[in-house]
Design a protein around this ligand. Sequence first.
Ligand code: SF4
Length: 486
Amino acid sequence: MSSEMVADYTVVHERAKSFYKRFERKPELQHQTHFCPGCGHGTVHKMLARAIDELGIQDRTVLVGPVGCGVFTYYYFDVGNIQAAHGRAPAVATAAKRSHPESIVIAYQGDGDLSAIGAAEILHAANRRENISVIFINNAIYSMTGGQVAPTTLLGQKSTTTPNGRSAANEGFPMHVSELLSTLEGPVYIERVGLGDNKQIMQANRAIRRAVENQVKGLGFSLIEVLSPCPTIWKMSPVEAQHAVRDVMEKVYPLGVFCDRTKEVEPRALPTAGPSLDEIPGILGVTDADSTAGNTAKAQAEDVDLHVRVAGFGGQGVLLMGEILAEAGLNAGLEVSWLPSYGPEMRSGTSNCHVRLSNQTIDSPLVTAPNVLVAMNEPSLRKFEKSVPAGGWIIYNGDEFPTDCAQQDVHVLALPFTQVAYELGSVRAGNMVMLGAMLEIVKALPQASIDAALRRMVKNPKWLELDAKAIARGRELFKENAGPRP
Ligand code: SF4
């Protein structure tokens, strides 16, 4: 045994600092994991914790756990932990890394998780050369769920779903993930290692550390596939299972480095910080005039709690009307939400949106009982009119309000708003005429907040002028016509 191997062996048996002092998964035992005796997961956990210790990255490591026997990483590793949905660890790791580029993000996955349901995620993360490290445990079976065939199951290997052994004709061939990913240009480092004997374990230890170190250096995507024993599902003793890794699995999945671009690629620079708060209005195209108007326009009512539903045909400006209302609410310093809702047939189909304005925190953007319903056509009126509670308002775009609609204790303003808009210059401003009428009901929003919202949302000067005129006309119509229900 070389001195290096002695050193490695010694350190492997010390408890890594990146592990919790107590493993709460089995609190009565404190130091035991949930893994079966002889399982490879525990060995790989030690290697990974040790690599994190040695690289001094515990305080910035984020470990993304899988679904499978390795699911409980968060019980053992004293690092940032995220539990991903089945197969999605590379996508979650991508998000974590991109949003916190200074962090070291490690996805830990089994073969059912990575090579079956998560095959697309790993393929694209590798192809994008995401600067993450992936530890891939291949034990050739779905273990946690009791031993179903996995993409990595060997030909002839029995499983609960291949009781006669996997056959290429029925279940296809064992999937060679490392070889497959190595055909891509993206990956920086891919190696397959095993836990079949001490020599293999030493190499696995080095490879795992290297995969993490590559990320510390900013080099890009690294994946280490670990051939790992599963004595329980393989129905073997721990020793037999370890030998099976070396004598059986390795014959199908040869060990080695399949891809190494670490000398070719340039380390990535950490992205510069995002824009400052002062820069954001410029990026969003908000002008000083908008900001000034917004800042000076404060909600006129102290107690604002508006639940508005706007509904009509696609193309009637339903969503825009809701957006302008929400934008004006923002300008007036209110809490707002705007939630569009439309079907696949949006253009010329039905469309509606939910708008909330409040001076309290908004609990839900859904509007199920609108105190103002803006119905731009009869189908919308019939669909939503019963949801308006007593004391609420219905603004209806039509010559006559259908006599069979709505309870008696709901206010109604029914006018041919589209016709009014046509007379102003375009039927397309019908939504703004209705908005004007609604603003007279709402009262809470100062005109300056509306003007600023219009300038922000309507960039064409011709339409801006027409919309402003339409809103003003809507206000007049409300004053002229609002009264007892027809
Ligand atoms: S079932 Fe297999 S993979 Fe799962 S913990 Fe037990 S030995 Fe490990």
